[in-house]
Design a protein around this ligand. Structure first.
Ligand code: AMP
Ligand code: MG
Length: 267
C-alpha cells in the first residue's frame, strides 16, 4: 500500500492516478473483503494497546471531494474499535467565534491526546481548499498556509503524534452516480445538499487546489496517501492497511504493573 504514499519530493497530478484501481485485488473483491475483516480485528487490538500504553497520539486526516466517502471510511474502517479512545472531529463552515481566531485554533483543540486516535473529517486543509477556491481570504494569506501547516504538523509529530493523511480519490463520473443516488434513494436524500452541485462545477479548480496542497505538505513525518476510492471496499482496505502497518511499527507494549502481583490472592 506504500505505493499510494506521496513522497516528500514528488509532484503528483491526480489525472495520473486511477481512482478505480484495486491493486492486486482486481476482480478479487471477496478476497479483499476477507482481508478487510482481518484488518478490522487487528486494528481493534492495536487500538486497545494504544489506549493501554498511553504513549502515542494518532491523527488520521480524511479529505476528498463531496461524496468521496469520508463518512464511509469512518463507519467501516473503524468498525468495532472501542469508542473510548477513538474520536471523530468534523470541521464544517467555521463559526463566527472560529473565524475570529486563526484557522489552526479550532484544529489544535481537537488534536489527539496520548492513547487516543482522532479522525479528522475534513481538517485545516479546508483552509487551502474551499477557502482558496472561493477566495475567502486573499491569495497572499492562503499562500503562506502550506508552510504554516507543515510547521504545525511537524510540531505535533515532534511532540509524539503520528499523522496519516488520506485523500479519497474519486472521479467526476463516480461523483455523478453518488449524487444521483442521494436524489433517488430515500435513505440517502438527507445527504443531498444542492450546494454540492456548485462545488461539482468547480471540480477542476478543486483538483488543482488539492494537487497543490498534497504536493506542498506531504512530508516524511506527515505523509499524504492518495487512496483510489471509486471502489468503496478497496478504499477501506487501503486505509485499514496503512493504519495497521503504522500502528504495528510503534512496537507497543501493555504497561507493566507498578508492583509485583504474583503474591496477591483475591479472597
Ligand atoms: P460536510 O463535510 O458535507 O458536512 O460539509 C462541510 C462543509 O464545510 C464543506 O462544504 C466544507 O467545504 C465546509 N468547510 C469546512 N471547513 C471550512 C473552512 N475552513 N472554511 C469554509 N468552509 C469550510
Ligand atoms: Mg457534504
Amino acid at each position: 500500500m506504500e505505493r499510494y504514499r506521496v513522497r516528500e519530493d514528488e509532484k503528483i497530478q491526480l489525472k495520473d492516478i486511477d481512482p478505480g484501481d484495486t491493486g492486486k485485488y482486481d476482480g478479487e473483491k471477496d478476497e479483499g473483503l476477507e482481508l478487510l475483516g482481518e484488518l478490522n480485528q487487528e486494528l481493534e487490538q492495536l487500538q486497545e494497546l494504544l489506549y493501554a500504553e498511553h504513549k502515542h497520539r494518532v491523527l488520521v486526516v480524511l479529505q476528498g471531494m463531496d461524496t468521496s466517502g469520508k463518512d464511509g471510511v469512518i463507519r467501516h474502517v473503524f468498525e468495532g474499535v472501542n469508542p473510548q479512545g477513538v474520536r471523530v472531529a468534523s470541521f464544517k463552515v467555521p463559526t463566527p467565534e472560529e473565524l475570529d481566531h486563526d484557522y489552526l485554533w479550532r484544529i489544535h483543540k481537537q488534536t489527539p491526546a496520548k492513547g487516543e486516535i482522532v479522525i479528522f473529517n475534513r481538517s485545516h486543509y479546508e483552509d487551502v481548499l474551499v477557502v482558496r477556491v472561493h477566495e475567502l481570504v486573499p491569495e497572499m494569506v492562503w499562500k503562506k498556509r502550506y508552510e504554516q501547516i507543515r510547521e504545525f504538523e511537524r510540531h505535533l509529530v515532534q511532540e509524539g503524534t503520528i499523522i496519516l493523511k488520506f485523500f479519497l480519490h474519486i472521479d467526476l463520473e463516480e461523483q455523478k452516480e453518488r449524487l444521483q443516488a442521494r436524489l433517488y434513494d430515500p435513505t440517502k436524500t438527507w445527504k443531498f445538499n444542492p450546494g454540492d452541485l456548485k462545488e461539482r462545477a468547480l471540480w477542476d479548480v478543486y483538483t488543482e487546489a488539492y494537487e497543490d496542497a498534497i504536493n506542498k505538505t506531504s512530508t516524511v513525518e506527515a505523509p499524504w496517501y492518495i487512496v483510489p476510492a471509486n471502489k468503496k471496499w478497496y478504499r477501506n482496505l487501503v486505509i485499514a492497511s496503512v493504519l495497521v502497518d503504522a500502528l504495528k511499527k510503534l512496537n507497543m507494549k501493555y504497561p507493566q504493573p507498578a508492583e509485583d502481583l504474583s503474591g496477591i490472592v483475591i479472597q
